[in-house]
Design a protein around this ligand. Structure first.
Ligand code: THU
Length: 143
């Protein structure tokens, strides 16, 4: 396995994926939280998928941006995430929620990068292992 820690010099913003995530954020349906989130995935095959958060009147049933992008990815026939950009506004980092960490983990190896962005660009880059340490994944089901 490769070294897990990322340094600032490792982080090269992918303008295309960042732009796609930002466009996705602009489509979010958030009449309840008013908090827009966008996500963009590049897969091992080079395909790109996006998602935005979609809320509904039964508040807990809303869908996160990452979950939407993952659904699109699987529907598109891809199952290996190489990079993911997540973008939101506000001063705090829009780190994927707990449920989304597990959803990303299903299709990601420990060393892939998750880029947490604000409207101006990447604010923090974390590996899967950093975002969800000691995770339970498909391999853990092996007996
Ligand atoms: N949200 C996401 O889309 N992704 C996350 O990882 C964090 C939270 C959404 C869910 C809800 O629509 C809004 O942000 C406020 O929680």
């Amino acid at each position: 396995m490769s070294e897990l820690k990322t340094t600032e010099s490792d982080i090269q913003m992918d303008e295309q994926l960042f732009g796609l995530a930002k466009d996705a954020m602009s489509k979010a349906y958030v009449p309840y939280s008013h908090f827009t989130v966008g996500a963009a995935i590049r897969t091992a095959s080079g395909n790109l998928y996006t998602g935005c958060n979609v809320e509904n009147a039964a508040y807990p049933e809303g869908v996160c941006a990452e979950g939407g992008a993952i659904s699109a990815m699987v529907l598109g026939g891809d199952r290996e995430i190489k990079d993911i950009y997540v973008i939101g506004k506000g001063e705090h980092l829009v780190t994927p929620c707990g449920g989304c960490r597990q959803k990303i983990r299903e299709f990601a190896s420990a060393d892939i990068q998750i880029h947490i962005c604000g409207p101006e660009g990447v604010r923090k880059t974390l590996t899967m292992e950093e975002l969800l340490p000691h995770s339970f994944g498909p391999e853990n089901l092996q007996q």
